[in-house]
Ligand binder design. Sequence first.
Ligand code: ADP
Ligand code: MG
Length: 702
Amino acid sequence: PGMLAPARETYLAAVAIGRRDPATGLPRAVGLAWADASVGAFACAQWSADDLPHALQAELARLSPAETLVSAAVARDDAPERAWLRPYTLSACPDDAFEPESARIRLCRHFGVATLAAYGCERLPLATAAASAIIQYIERVNAPLLALLSDLRAYDTHGYVEMDAHVLRALEVVEPAHAVEGGASQQGATLLATLDATRTPMGARLLRRTLLHPLRDRATLETRLDAVAELVERLSLRQRLGPLLDGLGDLERLAARIAQGAAVPRELLALASGLGRAPAVVQALADCAATALGETRAELDPCADARDLILRAVADPAEATGRRLRAGYSADLDALVDAASETRQWIAALEGLERERTGIRSLKVGYNKVFGYYIEVTRPNLARVPSDYQRRQTIATGERFVTAELKEHEAQALHAEERIAALDGELYAALLAELARSHARLRRTVGALARLDCWLSLAEVAVARRYTRPQLADDAALEIVGGRHPVIEATLDGVEFIANDTRLDDLAHDDDPTRAMLLTGPNMAGKSTYLRQVALITLMAQVGSFVPAVRARIGLVDRLFARVGAEDDLARGLSTFMLEMVETAFILRHATARSLVILDEVGRGTSSADGLAIAQAVIERLCSVTGARTLFATHYHELARLAGTLPRLSAWRMEVAERDGQAIFLRRVVPGASDHSYGVQVARMAGLPADVTARAAALLSQ
Ligand code: ADP
Ligand code: MG
C-alpha cells in the first residue's frame, strides 16, 4: 500500500482488438477491461466500429492505466492499432490469451459459473477476452490477487459525457494542463483540487472518478444533487458527519488486503476501528430526506460480526508479544504460551537454585547462539562443580557447563516457540479467510462511506464558495447567470473574480436561436477563462455538483469538446497546425446538436489569412449544420463580422477600457465585437521598452 498513490487508482488494463473489416481496415469491435487489485475493482466494456477509436481512447484517458495488456500482434510497432495506444505502457501477451471462446471458458471457471450472463458480458466477446487476459496475467504474476477479482462489471460508456484527453487537459479536470515532468508547481490548479475536501482516500478516489465520469441521465444527477443539497442545507448534519469521516483511513484498500490474505494485524485493527464508526454514521443519517442519503444509510452495514471478530482475535501490535493473536482467543495457543512461559521461568530460576546447591556465589546461567543455555563457573570455583555438570566450553575466566535437565528445558522452550509461531500463523490465516468471506459486505459499506465523503466534500466546497444548485434540463439550452471559473476564482486571492453570464438557446427556441458565441478580445482579456468556465460549470452540473454561478440552467450535454489553438498549447510541445486540424476535424465529425464545443484560438497555427478562413468555415459548419452549442474565442477581431451574416451566432467581446493609452481589462463579456486587438498596449504591459511600443503605435496608425 505504501507504494500506491492514495488518492487515485492504479489500473491494469487490457485491450482486445477484434477482427478487421476488410472494407475499412479497422477492427469491427474492441474490448477493454481493467482492474485495480488494491481495491478489487474489475470491469469491462466493448465498443463497435462506430465508436472507434475515440471512445476507447477517451476511456483510456480517464483511466490512465499503469500497464496495458495487448496481444503480441497489437504490440508490434507496425500494428495500426498501436497508434491508438501510443501514450500507454504496453505489455504483450500471447495472441491466444485474447481468443474469445477460451476467454469465456476461463472467466466462467474463474467465477465458478456456467454462463457470463449475470456479469452482463455474455454478448461482449471482446470485453470478455480483455477481462480474461487480465485474469490470466494476474494468475501468472501474482495469483493471490485473483481472490480480489471476485466480481466483474460490464459497463457502457454511452451513459457518460464523452470527453477525450484534450478536454481533460484543456479544462484541467484532474491534472494541470502544463504539468512539467516532475514539477509540482501547479498542483492546486485543477478542478479536482478545488473541489476536493474529502477526508478519506477512498472518498478522494471516488471524487476523482466522479469528475472523470459526468453523466447524461438527469434522474441520476437529480438524486445526487438532492443528497448534496441536503448536506448543503443542514450544517448540523455536516458537523456530525465530518468528524466521523476524519482520519477514517483507507478502509477500501484495507478490506482488499483481507481478501488478498495479506492484511497485517495493524491493518485489521484499523479496519475494525473504522467500522466502529459506522453505527454513528447510520444514526447521523437517520432523518435524512434525500433518497440517495437514505440508500447510503441502508448500505452502511457496520459489519459488527467482522469487527467483533477482529477485536476478539487480534493482539495489539504495541504489546510486541511476537504473536498476532491475543490471549483468550484460542485455548490451544494459550496452553502453548503458558507452557513456554513455565519453561522460561524454570530457566530463569535455575541460576538461584544452582548457586544454592553448589554454594558457588558467582555461578551464572547464560545463553549464546552456538551452545544455547549454559552454566558458567569461574576458575577458582571449578572444584565445587557437581558431578552432573557436563563441560561444554572453556573460556578465559572459567568453564561452561550444561545439565541434562537444562538441555531438556531448552529443547522444550525452542519447540514451544516453534509451535506457537506455527499455530499463531495458522489461526491468523484462518481468521483472514473467515474475514474474507465478509469482503463483499465490507466493500459495500466502504463504498457507502466513500460516497458520503464525496458528497460531503462537494457540499462543503459549495457552501464555502457560494455555489448554487444547477437546474438540469433535457433541452439543449444553456443559461448561466453570474458564472465564475471555479479554479481561477479559488486561486485569485484578494482579487475579485468578475462573474459573467452565458446564454445559448435551445434549437427549438424560436426562429433564430443563438447557438454559438463568438468571443473576441485582446490577449489576456479573459477569453480562455470564460470559455473554460462555461464548460466547467456544465461538467460540474453533470457530475451532480453545485456550480459557481448565481443561477444556472443546464441543458444536459452528450459530449464535451475542447480544442485549444496551437500557441496556447505549445507548452505541450506537440502542437502543430496539422494536429490542430486533425482535432478540429474530429470535432466537426462527432459533435451533435446536444454537444458543447469550445474552440479557443483555433486557426492560429497558420498565417492569419488561412487561419481566419478556416476559423470562419469551422464556425459556419458548427452553427448551421451541426447546431452544437459552441463557444469560439479568438483575438482575430476581424472574425466578428461573421456574426452579422450567420444565423445562430452572436458576437461578444471582452470589455476593455482605455485610459491614457493603457488598456484596462474589465473581464466583462459584453455584446458586440472587439474593434482592435490592443496588441501594442499588451506589449507595453509586458514591459517592451517605451520607444519600441511608441514606434509600433506609429507604424500601426500609418
Ligand atoms: P485570454 O484568453 O483572453 O488571453 P485569459 O482567459 O487567459 O485571457 O485570462 C488572463 C488572466 O486574466 C487569467 O489568468 C486570470 O488571472 C485573469 N482573468 C480572466 N478572467 C477573469 C475574470 N472574470 N475575473 C478576474 N480575473 C480574470
Ligand atoms: Mg486565451
